[in-house]
Design a protein around this ligand. Structure first.
Ligand code: ATP
Ligand code: MG
Length: 593
């Protein structure tokens, strides 16, 4: 391909819309164009990168015995009603785009394909003899993300590989799950990426296990907690750890104390000269179940700890049946405005006690206490009255310990590992590029996808699902590999492996040699692009660095000695190579990578 014939436009300045490096670079280097919020066009160079990644994914998936297919993106609401997910996905913070067709039938644009694939399995899988089976696709997904950002990292239209496997039992599922773990490691390694597999939250549906694959990068949206010995790594949403010891409370007797302007833990601890580990803080959340029930949730937790909202969401989802619901639609910290409608008297914000008076409320109240707060003695906590706290309080005396004792605390760097208290948790940021998940029978049961087992009984299919964010992965690679001059693509996913630059298109010897090398390199299987644009040499060199092609060949001054310059993008190392040896040299370089 010739750059002169491509729609190739690079930008000198960082576009204002982009915050992180990879997003800026992909825009500047002309790989992508923003069309709307979370909506991007993949220009020709980007499309080549995406196809390279897709091909690696395809090869590794096929090697496990999975079959590629293509499922519809337009999905009838009935399927999603059968699984019970239509409301969760289309209402409140739901991320599915939905529409009505001309016959007023409701449809959703596929954010994921469990429903579609389970419907197919229900129709086609009859017997254990057909199992196990694994289908996957590489396709555009649609998600109306609440905060689309960082370019391809969190788009509203993006490319995903999603696979779904069906099994007769847990052991068979586990086998495929392990095969996927292996295949994913192969995929990310072949893409040239530094990654880490971490334990992930499987949500309230239980599921027996789930693992995410993270590209380590400071700009990652996820936090990973891990140990130095490499034995433990988990998404912070999932991680559990041992909290630091609480200090002994300086208070020995119970009293209500005036404590003006102490709405925050820091101010409170300053005021009473005590450690935050001597405080029980009480945080009020507001949740809405899919059956329509609104609940207030009061969480009591030790003052130095933060609440892990994923764990809280999971605990509340377990309670859904009590509220004639299947799931929780939304959860947020309650605010003065929202609770004004739910309580008869205004709540004393910043001074809540563990026992919010129930007669004050017009909705259900759920009380949770985190494990960190259970054993505290003589603690400080709110008095349910603005400007007042109580000190020297105890469970079983001044306050009833809530029945629901749960682990809701957020693990933090510096905590000790639960399973080995000699290991300290460290923190890193990561970009989630893959997720493998043991689903069990959640969907098959809900949608009636059964098969006949060896004993002749009809039982639900056991399922697994496995995703890779193909377009997110492409950008994550840039986030991992760039320098001040631009992108440095790992060779296996680079749009081209080499670029031949003609510094002066008016010099016929330069042009002829470049044309010849361009032809020979492509013939030798080295994907090469020719910069034959009528631009200054400096512009061409800058652009070649910016777009990150691994090898640059320049038919410049050294041609008088029968040589061309070969520059490695990653190291900037330059070699003068006789024209006749260029192809063999590069073939050698490429194979040694
Ligand atoms: P996240 O937690 O980042 O929102 P998710 O857990 O909802 O992702 P999955 O449903 O597990 O995502 O989807 C499989 C993969 O698809 C993810 O591992 C991720 O790489 C990719 N992905 C998910 N959402 C997006 C998005 N909005 N834009 C680009 N890629 C995405
Ligand atoms: Mg995920």
């Amino acid at each position: 391909m010739r750059l002169s014939q491509m729609l190739f436009v690079t930008l000198r300045e960082d576009p204002a819309e982009a915050e992180i490096k990879s997003h800026k670079l992909l825009l500047r280097a002309g790989y992508i164009r923003r069309i709307g919020s979370g909506i991007y066009a993949y220009l020709p160079l980007m499309w080549r990168v995406l196809q390279k990644i897709a091909q690696i994914v395809r090869e590794e998936m096929n090697a496990t015995g999975a079959w590629e297919c293509l499922l519809p993106q337009l999905q009838p609401s009935e399927l999603w009603r059968q699984s019970g997910r239509w409301d969760t996905y289309t209402k409140a913070e739901g991320i599915m785009f939905s529409l009505n067709d001309r016959q007023e039938r409701e449809l959703g644009l596929g954010p994921t394909h469990e429903e579609v694939i389970t419907a197919i399995a229900k129709d086609t899988i009859r017997s254990y003899r057909q199992l196990p089976v694994h289908l996957y696709q590489i396709q555009t997904k649609f998600r109306d993300e609440i905060r689309p950002r960082f370019g391809l990292m969190r788009g509203r239209e993006f490319i995903m590989k999603d696979g779904y496997s069906f099994h007769s039992d847990q052991a068979s599922l586990l086998q495929t799950y392990q095969d996927m773990d292996h295949a994913y490691r192969q995929i990310f390694t072949r893409c040239g990426l530094e990654f880490r597999a971490v334990e992930a939250d499987s949500g309230a549906i239980g599921g027996s296990g789930s693992q995410e694959f993270m590209i380590i990068a400071d700009a990652g949206e996820d936090e990973i907690l891990y140990t130095d010995d490499g034995k433990y790594a988990a998404n912070v949403e999932k991680a559990i750890s041992i909290p630091p010891q609480a200090e002994i409370s300086p208070f020995t007797s119970y009293a209500k104390r005036e404590s003006p302007h102490t709405e925050t833990i820091a101010k409170l601890c300053d005021y009473f000269a005590c450690s935050p580990t001597c405080v029980v803080k009480n945080i009020l959340y507001e949740g809405i179940y899919d059956g329509g029930t609104v609940v207030l949730v009061l969480v009591s937790i030790r003052g130095d700890q933060e609440i892990n909202e994923v764990k809280l969401q999971n605990e509340l989802t377990k309670l859904a049946p009590q509220y004639q619901s299947q799931t929780l639609l939304s959860l947020k910290v309650a605010s003065l405005e929202t609770t004004a409608k739910l309580t008869t008297k205004p709540l004393p914000w910043g001074y809540l006690a563990p026992n919010l008076p129930k007669d004050n409320l017009s909705v259900n109240l759920i009380n949770f206490v985190d494990e960190t707060a259970v054993n505290l003695q003589n603690f400080v906590t709110g008095a349910n009255e603005s400007g007042y706290h109580v000190v020297g309080a105890n469970w079983g005396r001044e306050f009833t310990l809530p029945e629901k004792v749960v682990n809701l605390r957020k693990a933090q760097a510096g905590d000790l590992l639960s399973t080995d208290s000699t290991e300290v948790l460290l923190s890193a940021r990561g970009i989630e590029v893959g997720h493998i998940f043991q689903l069990g029978t959640k969907y098959s049961q809900a949608m009636g996808a059964t098969y006949t087992n060896e004993q002749g009984e009809e039982v639900p299919l056991v399922m697994g699902c496995y995703g890779i964010g193909v377009s997110r992965l492409a950008q994550a690679a840039v986030e991992q590999y760039y320098d001040e001059d631009g992108i440095i693509w790992p060779i296996n996913i680079a749009p081209y492996q080499a670029i031949v630059i003609i510094p002066n298109t008016g010099d016929s010897q330069q042009v002829t040699t470049a044309e010849q090398l361009y032809r020979e390199l492509n013939q030798a299987g080295i994907e090469t692009i020719l910069d034959d644009r009528d631009e200054r040499a400096g512009v061409k060199f800058k652009d070649a660095d910016l777009i990150g092609i691994p090898y640059r060949i320049v038919t410049g001054r050294s041609l008088s000695e029968g040589k061309v310059e070969l520059v490695e993008r990653a190291t900037k190392k330059s070699h003068l190579i006789p024209v006749s040896e260029l192809v063999s040299t590069l073939t050698h370089f490429k194979s040694s990578l």
